[in-house]
Design a binder for this molecule. Structure first.
Ligand SMILES: NC(=O)C1=CN([C@@H]2O[C@H](COP(=O)(O)OP(=O)(O)OC[C@H]3O[C@@H](n4cnc5c(N)ncnc54)[C@H](O)[C@@H]3O)[C@@H](O)[C@H]2O)C=CC1
Ligand SMILES: O=C(O)[C@@H](O)C(=O)[C@H](O)[C@@H](O)CO
Length: 310
């Protein structure tokens, strides 16, 4: 992809985005308010490319040679098509940096922020061209984990949203659409729900931190690597997700009650889940999907045994 990209912020996520864009063929220009961060940047990027070398996701040759660092903001963003911002997660800092970046950019370029959950409306409110502004939030690190949430504010244009999808798909990311203003967006809320429960179980002496992690590394994580939690439980009852929830939904409700949370599993929620799952897969095809799940997890386990775990 021949896109010209500027990265604002040369820390952990700036480094990771540089690899994502550069390995896909984009020209990447990097700026940061801290000269030291820019100095350290090439070595950080080189370490990632070295780790990916020879793998299926190393990307096009010469990735690092497409990345340059710039002391002046205007030099980095002046003629690029896409600007991705990842300065410190602090509303006041982003509200100060984003308008400066916008003023130095081409009027038709897109300004995306990597914020993990700050209000997109509050960020957009300080911009002159909010229609070109969008949240494109990755997981860590995006060069390994392609899912990327795309979140608009009420003034984001349809063209900007479509371009965000086009660009993310072209650089090998898997965009997902998150609707509305919600703190933490979707990905961090999902992770937070699980982490909150794990913290409470450890705090109350129900399980050790190590064993809690093992439920993921040797359990759900293996399954969820090949099939999501909804599609996964859909295979755990012959009648699919509706029957699963009839049989085991009491656990979701008990946990919500124990933690003083409102019950999420309403009849309307079950109807929505069933409609979504059955649109993907008729009940008659569940056994075939079970077989595909088994093959994929078996292959994954074989690979993990060879590669070892960190
Ligand atoms: N670390 C993570 O796992 C993820 C972080 N993000 C988001 O990416 C953003 C950055 O996070 P990290 O890369 O982890 O932080 P980091 O601390 O590694 O890097 C932040 C960079 O911003 C620069 N910076 C801070 N204030 C600045 C200013 N006023 N002007 C110019 N540069 C400034 C710093 O010099 C630093 O190099 C945050 O919005 C965060 O929510 C998104 C996904 C994952
Ligand atoms: O674990 C992660 O990768 C996610 O939590 C994120 O990407 C977040 O943005 C995180 O770094 C801050 O909660």
């Amino acid at each position: 992809m021949s896109l010209k990209v500027a990265l604002i912020g040369a820390g952990t996520i700036g480094t990771a985005w540089a690899v994502v864009f550069a390995r896909a063929g984009c020209t990447v220009r990097v700026w940061d308010g801290d000269a030291g961060a820019l100095e350290r940047f090439p070595a950080r990027v080189a370490a990632v490319f070295e780790a990916l070398e020879g793998s299926a996701i190393a990307g096009l040759p010469g990735g690092a040679s497409r990345i340059t660092t710039h002391a002046a903001l205007a030099d980095a963003v002046g003629d690029v098509d896409w600007v991705q911002e990842q300065v410190k997660e602090d509303l006041a800092i982003k509200q100060e940096v984003l308008p400066r970046v916008e003023a130095a950019m081409r009027a038709d370029a897109i300004l995306a922020t990597s914020t993990s959950g700050l209000s997109q409306a509050a960020l957009a409110s300080v911009l002159a061209r909010p229609e070109r502004f969008i949240v494109v939030h990755p997981l860590t690190p995006p060069f390994l984990l392609p899912v990327t949430e795309v979140v608009t504010h009420p003034g984001t244009s349809e063209a900007t949203l479509a371009e965000a999808y086009r660009v993310m798909e072209a650089v090998g990311q898997k965009p997902i659409r998150v609707h509305g203003e919600i703190s933490g967006f979707a990905m961090n809320r999902i992770q937070a729900a699980m982490l909150n429960e794990m913290v409470a179980l450890v705090r109350d002496g129900v399980i050790s931190p190590e064993d809690a992690d093992t439920t993921l590394t040797h359990g759900f994580g293996l399954r969820w690597a090949v099939i999501g939690p909804f599609a996964g439980v859909d295979l755990n009852a012959l009648g699919g997700i509706r029957q699963y929830m009839e049989l085991f939904g009491y656990i979701l409700n008990d946990v919500a009650k124990d933690r003083g949370a409102a019950k999420a599993l309403t009849p309307a929620a079950v109807d929505k889940l069933e409609a979504g799952l059955r649109a993907q897969l008729p009940l008659t095809e569940l056994p075939a999907r079970q077989k595909r799940r088994d093959r994929a997890i078996a292959a994954l386990r074989g690979h993990l045994e060879k590669a070892g775990r960190p």
